[in-house]
Design a protein. Structure first.
Length: 70
């Protein structure tokens, strides 16, 4: 699976990737397939893009997922 849907927004020098955020989730709603648990909304586009387009600021709620231990 090719994941090139990351946001063009930047946090510091790193590109924000909602798929690497622990607050990001995929919904069952076809009209709003992406969700952000930290901000409590569902969207048609990746949440970091929605945040940037509506506020003009990068996502402030990004939190890296914890690495899974095997």
């Amino acid at each position: 699976m090719n994941r090139k849907i990351s946001c063009d927004c930047r946090q510091g020098q790193e590109k924000i990737d909602c798929f690497a955020c622990r607050h990001f989730y995929i919904t069952y709603d076809k009209g709003f397939p992406y969700g952000c648990g930290a901000m409590g909304f569902k969207s048609r586009v990746i949440p970091c893009r929605e945040v940037y387009s509506s506020s003009g600021f990068d996502c402030q709620s990004f939190a890296s997922k914890k690495a899974r231990s095997l």
